[in-house]
Each structure stands twice: as structure tokens, then as C-alpha cells.
Design a protein around this ligand. Structure first.
Ligand SMILES: *[C@@H]1O[C@H](CO)[C@@H](O)[C@H](O)[C@H]1NC(C)=O
Ligand SMILES: *[C@@H]1O[C@H](CO)[C@@H](O)[C@H](O)[C@H]1NC(C)=O
Ligand SMILES: *[C@@H]1O[C@H](CO)[C@@H](O)[C@H](O)[C@H]1NC(C)=O
Ligand SMILES: *[C@@H]1O[C@H](CO)[C@@H](O)[C@H](O)[C@H]1NC(C)=O
Ligand SMILES: *[C@@H]1O[C@H](CO)[C@@H](O)[C@H](O)[C@H]1NC(C)=O
Length: 391
């Protein structure tokens, strides 16, 4: 029974690999081009996030796009800021101490340009990268200001890279709460960047935006059904990497919808998405992904099978070997028992496992049988023997 259970568990383990699938088990020939890399906030590990220096650092790593988080200022200037307040990434605490907890969109552009957006990076050193910077690099890091959307779009236009931004709607009682879409659209159109280079992620007033700027790459940040995407004229989808399954990736590729996944910062994840055929990823570590020249662990189905069959065989041989070794004396006893019946051998073998009382009884029986076999005619002798042994 135990053996049966054991064998069935073993067999299950041996056949589990058949149920494992990975995008990286594929023929090398069907591997697509490496996913394009979009630098989210530039290269925020190398320079303070959402500053011109950070975007330049990303461009030096040959990223194919720049992504930013945008907020609208009190006087209607879209600028780059990830947090709701200015506290983490500027020196607002020192310059406007009594306004430091205010929403970033309640500052006007004049006030925003008076802030320093780089000193915090040198002070906090959030990615332990400051120690590797030269004096001049530190100086330029410490000299960064808050970047406007227009400045970022101009840089993207100059470097012929894609520009993506996600916009935060201004809060209630903000003067630009209602015309935020028009304001941003105007900024894009006057910045001089070709419309084809901009991924437009805003869902409100999409029809109006499409009629004013038909060449913008309409992008959805939600997973919508294909016919809705086509109906709304959306050609790109921007999703978190765990929102899209391998099947979604295939579906989007087949239907000419360009999928971008964020935030992909690890080589193994980048490799996996590369094997799945994802066309582009958004990353906060473009300098890391740039070093991945080929997917890690790409393997053809034949190699995969071979590895598992070999592993199963070796494992089975080891199991069998241990089983034989453990039961060696039992097997030898059985086999010798078959060849010639040898009571002494039985007794010795039994002695290994029986309690000593049992062994003594067995010894007695054995000797009795020998005594009665050998000297059965001689009664007194037997008496003696009996007494001797019982004593
Ligand atoms: C970026 O591309 C240029 C031209 O294609 C090349 O010379 C340079 O070495 C690349 N830089 C990196 C970091 O890959
Ligand atoms: C910006 O706001 C400050 C007050 O914080 C004010 O003094 C200044 O005049 C404003 N600038 C513009 C251009 O509105
Ligand atoms: C950057 O350096 C220039 C020249 O030294 C200086 O005028 C400017 O105030 C600095 N900007 C910041 C944000 O520190
Ligand atoms: C935005 O612009 C469109 C087209 O120029 C115009 O029809 C619409 O009224 C504007 N909306 C707002 C809130 O200003
Ligand atoms: C996919 O889109 C490209 C450009 O957006 C277009 O040229 C091509 O014909 C489309 N292919 C299909 C199958 O719709």
C-alpha cells in the first residue's frame, strides 16, 4: 500500500513538467524583436525623476520613448510631477514652508520655476547611485528645476522619440478643472512635436481630441474589448504588466494593437515579455534593460523535454538504488533461502531484528532439533543435554 502511494506520488512528480508552460519555451526562430523601451520619468535611478537631466540620461541609453506624469499648474501650465504635493521631489519646504502641504497644482508656474528639483536626490540618494557620480554630474543633478510638459515634448521631438504622459485632473475649485484637456492638447500642438510621436492616454473628450488632432496615437490605459478599441479609434494599449496574459498579448498583436506594459524593471520580466512578443515596455530602469541582449533561459521545446526526461531517469535510478541498498539484507536473505535451506542463517538474520527473548527461544528450538536429530537413541545423554541447556 505504502509502496503504491509512494509510486503514484513519484509518477505525478515525473509528469508535472508536461503541465508547465512558459513563453520562453519556444523555437528560437519565432522570437520577435526585443521590446522597445520607454523611459518612465526618464532614468530615475540615474538622475532626479521627471527632470530634463533624467530624460537625457534615458536618451543616452537609446530608449525609444519618454514617459511622464503630468499635473496642471494654477495658471494653466502642464508640468511634470508624480506626487500630489511638491514635498518629496523639490525644496518647497524651504522656499514656501507654509504651503508645503498644498496640492502641487495650486502653485503657479513662476513659483514652480523658483524651486530646485534635484537637491533632494543628492540628499536622499534613493537608489545609492550618487557615490558613482563625478563632481560635474552632481552639480547638474543639484541644478535641476521642475520640468514643464512643453520642455519634455520638445526634447522628445528633437530626439525623434515617442512621448507618453498620464495626466492628473486638477482638483475641484481649480481654475482649470474643466478645460484641462484642451489646455494639454494645445500644449502638445504648439510644442512642435509630430502628432504621430505622441501617445494620447486621456479618455475624456477623446472624440473631440481625435477631430482636432487626428494623427495622435490614441492610447487606452484600460483593458477594453477589441471592438470598443476599434470603435474609439484606439491603436495602442498601456497596461500594468500583470494585467495582460500571454493570450491578451497574442490577441492584441493579431489585431494590430500595440501593447505597452509598465513598470518593467527586472531583466527576467523583460525576458519573459520579450518571449511573449510584447512590442514595448515602460521602465524606470532603462539602463538595466538595455543590457539584456537576449532573453534569459530561452529554450526550445525539445531541449526542455530532454532536460526533464534526463532528470526523471536519473532521479528514478537514484530512488531505485536507495531502495535496493536499504533492503539489501532482506533481499540477500530471501535469495540465499531459496538456494539452500540454512537454519543458522535464518537465526542470524532474525537476530538482527527480533528481541533477545525471542532469539533465545529460537536458539533453544534449534538446538533441540539438532540434539534430537543426532543422538535420539541415547536417552541419558539427552537428559543431560536437556538439563544443561534449560539451566
Ligand atoms: C545608442 O545608439 C548609438 C547609435 O545607434 C550607438 O552608437 C550607441 O552606442 C548606443 N548606446 C547604447 C548605450 O546602447
Ligand atoms: C504666482 O503666485 C505668487 C504667489 O505665490 C504671486 O506673487 C505671483 O504674482 C504669481 N505669478 C503669476 C505670474 O501669477
Ligand atoms: C543652476 O545654476 C545656475 C548657474 O549657476 C544658477 O543661476 C541657477 O539658480 C541654478 N538652478 C538651480 C535650480 O539650482
Ligand atoms: C475645447 O476645444 C474644442 C475645440 O477647439 C471646443 O469645441 C471646446 O469647447 C473646448 N472646450 C473647453 C472646455 O474649452
Ligand atoms: C496595422 O496597422 C498598420 C499601421 O497602423 C497598417 O499599415 C496595417 O495595414 C494594419 N494591419 C492590419 C492587419 O490591420
Amino acid at each position: 500500500m505504502v509502496l503504491l502511494i509512494y509510486l503514484s506520488v513519484l509518477l505525478t512528480l515525473y509528469f508535472i513538467p508536461l503541465s508547465i508552460t512558459s513563453p520562453c519555451i519556444m523555437e528560437r526562430g519565432s522570437l520577435k524583436a526585443a521590446p522597445a523601451i520607454i523611459g518612465h520619468q526618464g532614468a530615475p535611478m540615474l538622475a532626479p525623476e521627471n527632470t530634463l537631466l533624467s530624460f537625457n540620461r534615458a536618451l543616452q541609453r537609446n530608449v525609444s520613448g519618454l514617459e511622464a506624469d503630468v499635473t496642471i499648474s494654477l495658471d494653466g501650465v502642464p508640468f511634470l510631477m508624480r506626487d500630489r504635493t511638491l514635498r518629496r521631489t523639490t525644496n518647497v519646504r524651504r522656499v514656501f514652508p507654509d504651503r508645503q502641504y498644498d496640492d502641487a497644482s495650486f502653485f503657479n508656474w513662476t513659483d514652480l520655476t523658483s524651486l530646485n528639483a534635484g537637491q533632494w536626490f543628492l540628499k536622499d540618494d534613493p537608489f545609492w547611485t550618487v557615490q558613482y557620480m563625478s563632481t560635474s554630474e552632481r552639480w547638474s543633478v543639484g541644478n535641476q528645476t521642475v520640468c514643464s510638459l512643453e520642455q519634455m515634448l520638445k526634447l522628445a521631438a528633437k530626439s525623434k522619440s515617442l512621448a507618453v504622459f498620464t495626466l492628473r485632473r486638477p482638483p475641484a475649485n481649480h481654475p482649470h478643472r474643466h478645460d484641462w484637456v484642451n489646455l494639454t492638447l494645445d500644449t502638445v500642438l504648439t510644442s512642435g512635436i509630430p502628432q504621430e510621436q505622441v501617445m494620447w492616454t486621456l479618455d475624456s473628450n477623446r472624440e473631440m481630441v481625435r477631430s482636432v488632432a487626428p494623427s495622435l496615437q490614441q492610447t487606452s490605459v484600460q483593458k477594453l474589448p477589441l471592438n470598443t478599441l476599434h470603435h474609439k479609434g484606439i491603436s495602442r494599449v498601456l497596461l500594468r504588466y500583470n494585467q495582460a496574459s500571454a493570450q491578451d498579448v497574442r490577441l492584441y498583436n493579431e489585431n494590430n494593437i500595440s501593447l505597452t506594459l509598465y513598470s518593467v524593471n527586472e531583466p527576467w520580466l523583460y525576458s519573459l515579455l520579450w518571449c511573449s512578443g510584447v512590442p514595448s515596455v515602460s521602465s524606470e530602469a532603462p539602463q538595466v534593460l538595455r543590457k539584456v541582449h537576449y532573453p534569459l533561459w530561452l529554450m526550445s521545446p525539445d531541449e526542455y523535454c530532454l532536460i526533464w526526461i534526463c532528470t526523471d531517469l536519473i532521479s528514478f535510478a537514484v530512488v531505485l538504488g536507495i531502495f535496493i541498498f536499504q533492503n539489501y539484507h532482506i533481499i540477500r536473505w530471501r535469495m540465499s533461502g531459496m538456494r539452500s535451506y540454512n537454519p543458522e542463517q535464518i537465526m542470524l538474520s532474525a537476530a538482527v531484528r527480533r528481541s533477545s527473548r525471542d532469539v533465545n527461544i529460537m536458539k533453544e528450538k534449534l538446538i533441540f532439533s539438532e540434539v534430537s536429530n543426532g543422538v535420539s537413541s541415547d536417552e541419558p545423554y539427552m537428559e543431560n543435554g536437556f538439563n544443561y541447556y534449560t539451566n
